[in-house]
Design a protein around this ligand. Structure first.
Ligand code: NAP
Length: 279
């Protein structure tokens, strides 16, 4: 069974470690490789999708910058991929090439594991950032009955995203503002979950945090940082030092990979093994 990841660049990815460990652990004969596709290469992605159609590849993960580029090449999007507007997993079902997205469910599953009490009574979540992963996180939170506020440095992007989700048939109204002290101060008393979807704090900028410098921290808040390199960012460490709940994004990385593995193989993913492979 041949699996892999396409994107550009992909050499830094932890996915081969995760999936090759999983394949070995469940006794499947297969390998997970990297298939870098330069965005300027016209037929690169199409050739890869043909390999899935012909059975040469059993499935692929898709990452930046191809999560949207791949959409016209699949036959069908799952409802989640459609709502997020991006694909991170593709596979063949009954001869049709399916574009799916496991990021939203991966995030949600890990959040349920790490913060069961917070998840048992959904309130208001503040999402930092308005990029690709923000769309997956907002989809997951809205589906779980959370109210969502978006804070981003690009107010136009944040407002467009808020409008997009507010206009969904089952959508709640989503509010957006600048990622700054003023917007946050007006909302912080009602926010009980903060999700960072910006890369701030990621290696090598480990001394940076998206939390506005002069903003006091609330007494109660759960912090989920999608950044997993380092395992604990400054945002996570600052929150923990104040006695707040806070986790990094490694669990989400493992969960979204485990869900993709199950879609490709039909076998339950060995999550512990996958976690150990990247921990
Ligand atoms: P993306 O599409 O590029 O979006 C990043 C967002 O962060 C954009 O809104 C961007 O604003 C904002 N941003 C970037 N630098 C900023 C800064 N210095 N100050 C304020 N805002 C800033 O990226 P993504 O795919 O969403 O990924 C974001 C992070 O999440 C990465 O660190 C990635 O590794 C992590 N991630 C983790 C998982 C996981 O499984 N744990 C999954 C997906 C992503 P502009 O639009 O203005 O540039």
């Amino acid at each position: 069974m041949r699996l892999g990841l396409t994107g550009w660049p992909v050499s830094h990815s932890l996915s081969p470690r995760l999936h090759n460990a999983a394949l070995r652990a469940v006794g499947l004969d297969g390998e997970y490789n990297l298939y870098p596709v330069d965005p300027s290469e016209p037929d690169g992605l199409l050739n890869l999708t043909q390999k899935i159609r012909s059975g040469e590849l059993a499935g692929l993960n898709v990452t930046i910058p191809h999560k949207q580029n791949i959409i016209p090449m699949v036959d069908e999007l799952t409802s989640t991929a459609k709502l997020i507007g991006a694909v991170n997993t593709i596979y063949l079902r009954n001869g049709r090439l399916i574009g799916d997205n496991t990021d939203a469910q991966g995030f949600l599953t890990d959040l349920h594991k790490k913060a069961p009490t917070v998840m048992s009574s959904p309130g208001t979540a503040m999402v930092f950032g308005a990029g690709g992963s923000a769309r997956a996180v907002i989809t997951a939170l809205l589906n779980s009955s959370w109210c969502v506020k978006i804070a981003a440095r690009d107010i136009q992007k944040a407002q467009n995203l808020a409008l997009y989700f507010s206009n969904q048939p089952s959508g709640k109204s989503v509010e957006a503002g600048f990622l700054d002290q003023q917007f946050m101060t007006s909302l912080m008393s009602s926010v009980n979950l903060l999700v960072n979807t910006t890369p701030i704090g990621m290696v090598p900028n480990i001394d940076q945090s998206p939390w506005p410098a002069d903003l006091p921290w609330p007494k109660s808040l759960m912090v989920y940082d999608l950044v997993y390199n380092p395992r604990k960012t400054k945002l996570v460490n600052d929150a923990i030092s104040l006695g707040l709940g806070a986790v990094g994004g490694l669990g989400m990385l493992v969960e979204q990979a485990a869900l993709a593995f199950e879609l490709w193989t039909g076998v339950e993913a060995p999550r512990e093994v996958m976690y150990s492979a990247v921990e």
